[in-house]
Design a protein around this ligand. Structure first.
Ligand code: MG
Length: 389
């Protein structure tokens, strides 16, 4: 699987650009021993020569960034359907996760390129209409093991994307593929995630706690006053008020969201730095296989759970969100049934894909790749053709 041939350090490639510090030298200078260094990568399924001035993980990041599935995140629901241009989409959520994960990763001297690749990839398998869409597809595939956006992300980057002449998919490094699969098999010790993957996980929950609160209050589904029952939010409001005095409602909401992110990132950094100093890992594998995990302190984890329970009860199950969920799920279920009965209504690629993975899987893969808008537009065509038999 090694892709470097006779140049294990990657130094050879840099002879073409003598003014540039090699990736190997740069990472030795900046990264900790426990980071995943690019020259320790196990390579790609389809061997490729090194790039002259990008590390293996920089290329992974760029491959994800440039693929069609990534761009389609711009019209995929995060939690709230498009009722204004304020709330997060799956794309802006992803960018926020990448930003926070890189901040954590740089402070912990981890591989930021790998972190960014993992962050940009982490939600690429989300179907249209957020978790409502995922639940509908899981129901449609109930007799085939269900549907998971984490699993589908791997299908996207290994089978669905066709961007390179010499191989199917994006041919990402095994570290990126393995890290994504640790999101699926969280309980399996053999799949222990790299520290870079742990950082993305911590950044994901930090991000959605803060932005779901922000969007829900801005849209008016809950008020900041109601959120004062949650100690994590009440503490943020108190600190912000002590610092700035009385603020307008809008500025208070923004300051609280800022404080909520900052507080969580500081907590994760404090506990992670002291853990890493204690363990003194000599390489990324040692760190991965140990009991050490990057994440919040137990106290913050409990407070976050209380906020998430509130968001679940009062926001994700809000009647307005539930109505949107119901409509979206009904549409997806009807489209699924129709396409299973008439696979020829799918594009050629997915008709061929059905020969490899079966019709139901191929239909789910086709639907999961759609944006919210494209799915709505296609529903008219696909369901409208029902009378054709
Ligand atoms: Mg996410």
């Amino acid at each position: 699987m090694k892709h470097r041939g006779n140049d294990p350090s990657g130094e050879e490639s840099f002879r073409e650009f003598p003014g540039i510090e090699s990736i190997h030298q740069r990472e030795l200078r900046l990264l900790a021993l426990y980071a995943m260094h690019s020259d320790q990568s196990r390579g790609r399924k389809h061997p490729e020569p090194d790039h002259p001035f990008r590390s293996a993980f920089q290329r992974d990041r760029d491959r994800v960034l440039h693929c069609g599935a990534f761009r389609r995140l711009s019209d995929k629901t995060q939690v709230f359907s498009a009722r204004s241009d304020y709330q997060r989409t799956r794309l802006t959520h992803t960018m926020e996760v990448a930003s926070i994960a890189r901040t954590l990763g740089r402070s912990l001297r981890l591989n930021e390129d790998l972190i960014e690749a993992l962050a940009l990839l982490h939600d690429i398998g989300h179907p249209p209409f957020g978790h409502a869409g995922e639940d509908a597809l899981a129901e449609c595939l109930a007799d085939e093991g269900g549907f998971s956006h984490n699993d589908y992300a791997l299908t996207v980057v290994e089978q669905i994307e066709q961007r390179y002449a010499r191989f199917p998919g994006l041919n990402l490094t095994l570290e990126v593929l393995d890290s994504q699969s640790t999101r699926i098999h969280k309980a399996e010790p053999a799949r222990a995630p790299l520290l870079e993957a742990q950082v993305v996980e911590a950044a994901d929950s930090t991000t959605y706690n803060a932005h779901d609160l922000d969007d829900a209050v801005k849209i008016g589904l809950v008020s900041l006053d109601e959120l004062l029952d949650i100690p994590l939010v009440a503490d943020c409001v108190r600190r912000v008020t002590n610092r700035f005095g009385v603020l307008s409602a809008g500025m208070l909401r923004k300051a609280v969201v800022h404080e909520l992110i900052d507080h969580q990132v500081r907590d994760v950094l404090h506990t992670s730095l002291s853990g890493l100093a204690t363990f003194q890992f000599a390489n990324s594998d040692q760190a991965r296989q140990s009991d050490f995990r990057i994440g919040p302190t137990p106290g913050l984890a409990r407070e976050k759970a209380a906020l998430e329970a509130f968001l679940y009860r009062r926001v994700y199950r809000h009647p307005e969100i539930s109505r949107f969920r119901g409509q979206a799920q009904q549409m997806l279920r009807r489209m699924f049934d129709r396409l299973v009965a008439r696979p020829k209504l799918m594009p050629d690629f997915f008709q061929q894909h059905a020969e490899n993975v079966g019709v139901k899987q191929a239909v789910a893969h086709y639907l999961a790749g759609m944006t919210d808008g494209y799915c709505r537009r296609q529903s008219g065509k696909i369901l409208g053709s029902a009378s054709g038999g």
